[in-house]
Design a protein around this ligand. Structure first.
Ligand code: BGC
Length: 758
């Protein structure tokens, strides 16, 4: 693999099922907009395609129908909507319409370049009548101008002189993808967007539509810039705007159509129709080459901070680059948005935000771009009132309960046993607020945001749990493992809630000691007595433990269930959730994903090493990894336990999950949590990083397949470079004051370079 290929994803497949996957892999996004990698010219009728364009945080509301609707069940849910389709460009050469499924394909390659931030298609096409043209199409979702998506379409004639025609469309008639057989995508057809206004201002074509129930407007604006004199015919109907652009091409000559597209919405802009025009005018002031340069320089700063380099494993390196790039493409960069489980690449999980953000993706941003991490946490703080309301719906008199899946803050989970019942999301969010504090030491943030979130989530645990004798217990919740639902004393939940309660009390003391408590304590009516209750419940939290096996049972009843019959489960019956009724699955010891093992990574000091090891071995045998959130955690804990071979194997399964379509559903979008898991597998797994109240800890190991690996992290206003080779680790303080770091259990002062042999 050449240096370039480590930075590029390529494909030349025209096979129907791979094309669907490639629509996801070659999508372009910038955290605000996302456009799937659909062919501009379309596909033959028999081909399935998921044609999609999305804006982060823009949703419509769908009614949720329950056969038997019980108290508190949700009536409706938000879902991300597919917005106006600006992708269409047909090309005609002497009247023959270009298609990759017609004529002869002399060359075809698509490339996603992760340093340029551009998705490309290169084709040499011989038409049925023998005209040959080279077509190069580039697409970019600009990181600098987030509303901008560009299609840069160049046609070079190889043996033809005469007329070429571009037919470029902007279509307001769009709908979302659905599949009634797959619970991971929407189940039924629904129309979400109605065109309100079609317009043309100064050669800019605009469509503004409104969502059917959420009343959010979205506008798209299109401007064509053509490389030569041309004839333009504009066709308008009540749903779409079409531009027919006719021009001449000479033999050997290249002609180019640049289609600038702007998207705006009424959540961010008071008049999104006008904003689309204004943003377009702003963008047109910048040359296209300059826009490309700005994109590349944005990415060059990103990679300078965020790259994780592996020497000696090019396939993995490519996978790591892809995953980090996708995290950047997916992350919401304003207060209205977060990171959807599929980023902005598809409609799987309906564009919802889950615990995935805090536990799997935030660590990457926290250690490489504090501002993006803060934005994600601010989003949760903003949604605190909605979480309070959610708690009331669930019968709690106090506190806040974050919804299991949401876009704008209210619960969108219709199946509560593996949805709303996952109360651990509260503690996951709290955990990440605490990690943010450890990494930044930002007391203002604790005062203005973090403490409120921790107090309100702590209150929820107090209202959910109860004492049995001297131990505090939490009944009827679901842990991360969605194959075991509504149980008492899920180890993960109890352990994380314990931490949540402990840190709510600690933040209280911290603010008190710094004279920053009063206004918050008054506003929330927090009393010393209440804080003592949090502390006590934390100390007395019941954590299930089985002495004979020296493991933490996943919950009170887990070990008394029968073990799933793995031997007689056909390979094609995985993922189990698509083949068995949930109740059938719930009766067995079988895990969809890391649960107790995850708690042992996040809160490793709660248990002795033997318990962590025995638990890992126990759960490994009964975990299917049907969720993409699982193998990365097993890799991290295998690293901790020193089992480098297993750590490597699990890491391999994690890193190329979308590139190799391991879960067979990449067509519905990327698996963003797994991508964050890749970063964690390197940094927390192989390098053994832990960030605790006491400081920063490393425990590096290196798989035999690699020569070395390297990354940088930002920690308390410092930048530290970590380089691990076969028998040496090097830590370099690139920025900031000296600090103490702990490596293999020993404390060192890092003031410049530190080299440790192992
Ligand atoms: C996993 C959840 C996850 C969700 C969204 C499910 O398959 O079990 O843990 O939050 O996907 O990624």
């Amino acid at each position: 693999m050449t240096e370039n290929l480590k930075w590029q994803i390529t494909s030349n497949s025209l096979e129907a099922s791979q094309l669907l996957v490639d629509e996801t892999l070659f999508h372009v996004a910038n955290g605000y907009i996302g456009i799937r990698g659909n062919f501009e010219e379309g596909y033959p009728n028999q081909y399935n395609t998921i044609r999609g364009t999305y804006i982060n945080g823009v949703y419509d509301i769908s009614e949720v129908k329950h056969g038997e609707k019980l108290q508190g069940f949700i009536d409706n849910k938000q879902k991300i909507i597919n917005i106006t389709d600006v992708q269409g460009i047909e090309l005609y050469i002497a009247g023959e319409r270009f298609s990759l499924f017609d004529g002869e394909i002399l060359e075809f390659k698509r490339t996603l370049d992760m340093r340029e931030g551009i998705s490309k298609r290169h084709i040499i096409w011989k038409s049925p009548k023998g005209h040959i043209v080279e077509i190069n199409i580039q697409r970019m979702a600009s990181f600098i101008k987030p509303e901008l998506f560009v299609i840069d379409y160049a046609v070079k004639s190889i043996n033809y002189a005469g007329e070429i025609v571009f037919v470029s469309t902007q279509k307001g008639e769009v709908s979302n993808y659905f599949d009634p057989t797959d619970p991971r995508v929407a189940g039924e057809y629904e129309k979400h967007l109605t065109v309100e206004k079609l317009d043309s201002v100064d050669g800019i074509d605009i469509i503004t539509s409104i969502t059917n129930k959420s009343n959010i407007r979205v506008s798209s604006a299109v401007k064509h810039v053509v490389s030569a004199e041309h004839e333009l015919e504009r066709i308008q109907d009540d749903q779409s705007l079409t531009s027919k652009i006719k021009l001449n091409i000479k033999d050997g000559e290249t002609q180019r159509l640049i289609k600038y597209c702007i998207f705006t919405d009424s959540i961010r802009f008071s008049d999104c129709h006008q904003a689309a025009v204004d943003k377009m005018k702003e963008v047109l002031e910048i040359s296209i080459d300059n826009l490309y340069e700005l994109q590349a320089s944005y990415l060059s700063s990103f990679w300078a901070k965020a790259d994780v380099v592996i020497n000696g494993d090019d396939g993995l390196q490519q996978g790591i680059h892809f995953n980090l790039f996708e995290l950047l493409q997916s992350v919401g960069k304003d207060k209205y948005s977060n990171i959807a489980a599929k980023g902005l690449s598809g409609e799987g999980y309906e564009g919802h935000y889950f615990w995935d953000t805090e536990i799997y993706m935030l660590p990457f941003f926290l250690l490489t771009d504090k501002a993006l991490a803060e934005n994600l946490l601010n989003y949760r703080h903003e949604k605190l009132d909605a979480a309070r309301e959610n708690a009331r719906i669930l019968g709690h008199k106090k506190g806040a309960l974050y919804p299991w899946r949401t876009i704008s803050g209210s619960e969108c989970s219709a199946y509560f046993p593996s949805g709303t019942a996952q109360y651990h999301i509260n503690a996951d969010i709290a955990y990440m607020f605490v990690q943010y504090y450890f990494v930044t030491g930002d007391l203002d943030f604790v005062e203005n945001k973090a403490a409120e979130v921790l107090f309100e989530t702590a209150r929820l645990w107090m209202d959910t749990g109860h004492y049995v004798g001297d131990s505090f217990r939490i009944d009827a919740v679901t842990g991360p493992d969605e194959y075991t639902c509504v149980v008492n004393n899920n180890y993960y939940t109890n352990c994380m809630a314990k931490y949540n309660l402990k840190w709510a009390a600690k933040f209280y003391e911290l603010l008190k000691d710094n004279n920053r408590l009063d206004s918050l304590a008054d506003r929330l009516e927090v009393t010393e007595e209440e804080v003592r209750e949090w502390q006590e419940a934390s100390e007395k939290m019941y954590l299930p433990y089985d002495e004979k096996l020296d493991i933490n049972p996943q919950d009170d009843s887990f070990l008394s269930k029968a073990v799933w019959d793995f031997e007689n489960t056909p390979k094609d019956h995985y993922p189990l959730l698509l083949h068995y009724h949930p109740l059938y699955i719930y009766r067995y010891q079988v895990c969809k994903q890391a649960d107790t093992v995850l708690a042992h990574f996040l809160l490793e000091d709660e248990q002795k090493l033997s318990t962590i090891k025995n638990s890992y071995e126990y759960y490994e045998k009964i975990t299917t990894h049907d969720s993409s959130l699982s193998t990365c955690i097993f890799s991290i804990v295998a690293s901790k336990l020193g089992d480098i071979k297993k750590a490597y194997d699990y890491f391999m399964q994690t890193t190329r999950l979308d590139l190799d379509n391991v879960h067979h559903n990449t067509k519905d979008g990327i698996h963003t949590a797994n991508m964050g898991g890749t970063y964690m597998g390197m940094v927390y797994g192989f390098a053994g990083l832990r960030i605790k109240e006491q400081g920063i800890f490393f425990n590096p190991i290196i798989p035999e397949q690699w020569e070395s690996y390297e990354f940088k992290i930002c920690y308390q206003e410092r930048t530290i470079k970590v380089h691990i080779s076969k028998n040496q680790c090097n830590f370099t303080l690139l920025e900031g004051k000296e600090l103490k770091i702990n490596v293999y259990g020993k404390e060192y002062l890092l003031n410049n370079d530190l080299m440790i042999n192992f």
